[in-house]
Ligand binder design. Structure first.
Ligand code: IPD
Ligand code: CA
Length: 278
């Protein structure tokens, strides 16, 4: 049975396999893309998503482990005699639209847990595929990028903070009133288009917070990054300030507020708390 240390080696091998497998496809982005239908998470599937997924599945299979793959593309696949011993939750490519449009911000995300729940993840890797930056975390052992310890931001003022907010939803009216007070007081707002990587930016202090309260993001996209955030010492909770206890499933969605430090996290929660109708 693979322990935490060997899982880290396995996810690093998965990263290398993804890089190798997608390299030729990155040269064909201008060619017409075949319609491959919708993935388990409900979005259109691209050839490159499937190639990355296959690279991860085949790499884990080479090791003597039984596992259940929970993927945004193919859904749930079981392998080996005891597939419920390990759960490997992946978003093969996070930020597929960025990748297809050659916006240099997309990632692969891999999380390993002993149960299919966010809070039980013990090993995580998010790879910034364009810049070649590897974010990793192991439970209880901190979070790193290319071997350097991640330290979140200490900034507490909304004037100075760079805050990511995902407002990418047709149902924006539902969340607009919750976000108005925060947007009114924030000087530097961003949405970069790959939520796994945007969470890693918070873990490493590149940005100060990242918020997704659309109820649309799948757990597969942020599973790995949620451990990286926690191990870096940053905060991630529900918009009500509660710990995230969520099932890992390609259809399961999640609402969250992540921030570099306790103080700015509290300021943001106070501003976005659902207001009672007067
Ligand atoms: C998408 C990205 C994007 C977010 C979308 C996600 P995908 O992931 O994380 O930033 O706004 O909701 O679906 O589909 O490229 O894996
Ligand atoms: Ca994806």
């Amino acid at each position: 049975m693979a322990d935490q240390t060997s899982w880290l080696k396995i996810v690093v091998q998965c990263r290398d396999a993804v890089r190798k497998r997608i390299a030729p496809l990155l040269k064909t982005l201008n060619e017409p893309q075949r319609d491959l239908g919708l993935g388990a998470g409900g979005d259109p599937v691209r050839k490159i998503d499937l190639a990355a997924e296959r690279a991860i599945f085949e790499t884990v299979k080479k090791h003597e482990v039984s596992f259940t793959l929970i993927s945004e593309e193919s859904g749930i696949k079981q392998y080996g005699d005891s597939p419920s011993q390990n759960f490997v939750t992946i978003d093969p490519i996070d930020g597929t639209t960025n990748l297809m449009r050659k916006i240099p911000f997309y990632a692969t995300s891999i999380a390993v847990s002993a149960r299919p729940s966010l809070e039980s993840i013990h090993t995580a890797l998010v790879e910034d595929l364009y810049h070649g930056v590897t974010y990793t975390a192991q439970r209880g052992k901190g979070a790193y990028s290319n071997g350097e310890k991640l330290t979140p931001s200490k900034i507490t003022s909304l004037e100075e903070a760079v805050i990511g907010v995902d407002i990418n939803t047709y149902k924006v009216r539902k969340i607009a009133s919750q976000l108005t007070a925060l947007i009114e007081r924030t000087k530097h707002l961003r949405h970069l288009g790959a939520n796994a990587l945007e969470l890693c930016y918070v873990a490493g202090g590149t940005t100060d917070a990242f918020i997704d309260i659309r109820g649309k993001l799948r757990t597969t996209d942020m599973a790995a990054a949620s451990l990286i955030i926690k191990e870096a010492g940053a905060r991630i909770t529900s918009p009500e300030g509660k710990p995230l206890r969520i099932r890992l499933d390609p259809r399961q969605t999640v609402f969250f507020v992540a921030a570099g430090n306790e103080e700015i996290h509290r300021v943001i929660l106070d501003l976005i708390r659902p207001r009672k109708e007067i």
